[in-house]
Design a protein around this ligand. Structure first.
Ligand code: NAD
Length: 492
């Protein structure tokens, strides 16, 4: 079916703003089809959006928490009502199958609802009175927040920032990625309409917009999700004006299969396959390297391939039988292929997985048949680097201490997983350097928005979701009225 291209606009101070130059978003399943156009905003637009957010903050900061929650709940209702339109557009511009887009919107809304439900307890003001006097623990808004999101989960990685920022009384300027700007802009427009002008501003564009958003002195906090290299630049840009930072960066998440893992457990094996290939592997928290006991290796590979062949069905994102769509863009596809070729040149065996449902479409788009890289070595690029695509290496280990060492041998530490006997897995999990370690599951399957999510080492700074996901958008402000106002040890 041919779709008319959609056009989204920038939103500055409640007004839709057009630009002469546009970002053209192609359909990754069929790049000759244009899905839509987003504005190509400039540094000047960015300054205007930040000024608008700064002006709106002067009154929005005084709104009550009740009012903010009520407005957010109205926005949630409207997002639910627009689910079909949003998720279909997301699949067309991104390449992820429709079930996966629905999953993304579902997680986004689950977090928005949870943030509304817990806001009063977590960031409501708190008064403590005892024999020492009265202390008011205020949770003041920080000011103008810049939110910058990547292309892989554009909606959830924007709303993860927007919901707590607004509930805390901040104003925000959001910049999605040019590689998936359309559906998220639609979502942000809906949210913005429920708030006063200037509270939510949306820009699209390239790094120049990002650079202004991370260096402008009026911006008080940066909430960024994206690659580690960009994260480093953002830290530098934020340093002169000492901005608050939440950085969710790259990951290279290990999955350790313990000797107690049963390769004949078909459900667990399918879960592992999903942990490797959901969203064509383009998730920060996907299991990106599998460590298997050497004694189990050959049986494991055989059972893994069996399970993957059942689950992996590559094709048109709008075909409900399809589990994997195309890779989002050509650069990413070429990079993943480069890592696979490098591993093969170093002696690894490459096994293609699953079925291609529509060979003609496969040739047109940025499709890749998923691969299992057997016989990879720890020092291979495919093990060391974040592949962010439909391939996964298996590395054999001799004992569990070695597996823990290999898992921790990385600049990254986002999520991780340990598979086998629950109790043993929990003990091994405690030795992994990561923000989250999941037991007998991995990736989004083990995500729980009630608890903090984020990375250690070069996977990031700070946490999203959970209580911290709200608290990182407030300044704790203590108003102290002690009974004893003079200290006894200070001489008269
Ligand atoms: P990216 O770093 O290339 O881009 C992310 C965003 O930053 C985009 O909107 C981009 O336009 C903007 N940007 C680029 N240069 C900038 C600059 N100098 N200043 C400010 N903004 C700038 O990342 P990507 O390719 O869109 O996303 C993939 C990466 O994101 C992967 O490394 C993945 O692991 C990571 N990621 C992390 C998480 C997490 O929660 N930790 C989640 C999803 C993705």
């Amino acid at each position: 079916m041919v779709h008319e291209p959609v056009t989204v606009h920038a939103l500055i101070n409640g007004e839709k703003v057009d630009t002469k130059d546009k970002i053209t978003r192609e359909n990754p399943s069929n790049p000759s089809e244009i899905v839509g156009y987003a504005p190509l905003n400039t540094k000047e637009d960015t300054v205007r959006a930040i000024d608008a957010a700064d002006e709106a903050f002067k009154t929005w900061r005084n709104s009550s928490l009740e009012e903010r929650i009520e407005r957010m709940q109205r926005a949630i209702k409207r997002l639910q009502d627009s689910q079909k339109e949003i998720t279909e557009l997301l699949s067309r511009e991104h390449g992820k199958p429709v079930y996966d887009s629905e999953g993304e919107l579902y997680v986004s809304i689950a977090w928005m609802e949870h943030a509304c439900k817990t806001a009063k307890d977590v960031i409501g003001d708190d008064v403590r009175e005892d024999e020492n006097g009265t202390t008011i623990i205020r949770h003041d808004p920080i000011g103008v927040v810049s939110a910058i999101a990547p292309w892989n989960y554009p909606i959830s990685l924007s709303t993860i920032k927007v919901a707590p920022a607004l509930l805390a009384g901040n104003t925000i300027v959001v910049k999605p990625s040019p590689l998936a700007p359309l559906a998220v802009t639609m979502v942000l427009d809906i949210i913005a309409e429920e708030f006063p002008p200037g509270v939510v501003n949306v820009l699209n564009g390239e790094a120049d917009v990002g650079i202004e958003l991370t260096s402008n002195p009026k911006v008080m906090k940066i909430a960024f999700t994206g690659g580690t290299e960009t994260g480093r630049k953002i830290m530098e840009a934020a340093a002169p004006t000492v901005k608050e930072l939440t950085l969710e960066l790259g990951g290279n998440d290990p999955a350790i299969m313990l000797p107690s893992f049963d390769p004949n457990d078909e459900k667990a094996m399918r879960r592992l396959v999903v942990s490797n290939f959901l969203t064509a592997g383009e998730i920060c928290m996907i299991a990106k390297r599998i460590y298997v006991p050497r004694s189990m290796h050959d049986q494991f590979v055989e059972k893994y391939i069996e399970a993957a062949n059942k689950w992996v069905r590559v094709g048109d994102p709008f075909n409900r039988d399809v589990t994997l769509g195309p890779v989002n863009n050509k650069k990413q596809k070429d990079y993943v292929q480069e890592l696979v070729d490098d591993a093969q040149a170093n002696g690894a065996e490459i096994h293609t997985l699953g079925e291609i449902l529509d060979p003609e479409l496969f040739e047109k788009g940025y499709f890749m048949q998923p691969t299992l890289v057997v016989g990879a070595k720890q020092e291979d690029r495919i093990v060391k680097e974040e592949q962010f695509g439909p391939t996964v290496p298996i590395v054999a280990y001799d004992d569990v201490d070695e597996a823990v060492h290999l898992a921790n041998d990385s600049i990254f530490g986002l999520t991780s997983s340990v598979w086998g006997d629950d109790q043993e897995a929990i003990e091994v999990a405690a030795r992994i350097e990561a923000g989250t370690t999941m037991i007998n599951t991995a990736a989004i399957q083990g995500l729980d928005v009630r608890y903090e999510f984020g990375g250690v080492k070069q996977s990031g700074v700070g946490r999203e979701y959970g209580e911290q996901g709200l608290k990182s958008y407030v300044n704790i402000h203590i108003i102290n009225n002690p009974n004893m106002k003079d200290l006894p040890h200070i001489p008269e």
